[in-house]
Design a protein around this ligand. Structure first.
Ligand SMILES: [Zn+2]
Ligand SMILES: [Zn+2]
Length: 194
């Protein structure tokens, strides 16, 4: 008794990011709001910034039946951690992530006129929010993360954080090694015998 006309990979309804759309029904305009805690998918992030492993997201999802399928929308607050792009100090922050994704009904016009990678599909009565969540989170991550907006970064000469240096900090000539080098290059300057 095969019920799916198309042979599709079946979604596991026990997975936290798989939603059952039967409660929404297929009458356009009907709507269902679902709240559920979900463990964050693994490896979610970029080089300098990521969602901490083991984070639980409080998902508040709206499923809305539309002509061509089920529209899913959600705004979720996502904790992030990373290293500052200027001073490399670890930092933590939170980003708000908006998700809006259409899951087309099998055999709808959308299903027949778009490619799989253009529009998501319902699989039977289920939809998998994980790919949409991943894409939305990665888009929301700062590409140049900073520990704070006005982080002054590190002194390029000694690598010490500018916060920890006096305002007059400078490497101009004050460094005896540089003075010695300069006197080698230009013996007429700065190295008069005492
Ligand atoms: Zn910083
Ligand atoms: Zn310095």
């Amino acid at each position: 008794m095969p019920e799916n006309r198309k042979t599709q990979e079946r979604l596991d309804p026990r997975k936290p990011l798989v939603f059952d759309t039967r409660e929404v029904g297929r009458r356009p305009g009907s709507m269902k709001r679902l709240r559920r805690p979900v463990p964050v998918p693994e490896d979610l992030g970029l080089d300098l910034v990521r969602v901490p492993v083991g984070t639980t997201l409080e998902l508040d999802v709206r499923l809305e039946s539309v002509l061509e399928g089920v529209l899913v929308s959600s705004t979720v607050s996502v904790p992030i951690e990373g290293e500052c792009g200027r001073c490399l100090e670890p930092f933590q922050d939170t980003v708000d992530v908006d998700i809006q994704e259409l899951y087309a009904y099998p055999d709808s016009e959308t299903d027949e006129t778009t490619d799989e990678d253009e529009v998501s599909r319902l699989q039977g009565d289920f939809l998998d929010l994980e790919p949409a969540l991943r894409d939305a989170v990665v888009l929301a991550l700062p590409s140049n993360p900073l520990c704070r907006d006005d982080c002054p970064g590190l002194c390029p000469d000694c690598g010490v954080h500018w916060d920890d240096l006096p305002p007059e900090h400078s490497h101009d000539v004050a460094d005896p090694r540089w003075a010695a080098l300069q006197s080698l290059q230009d013996p007429g300057r700065g190295s008069q015998p005492k």
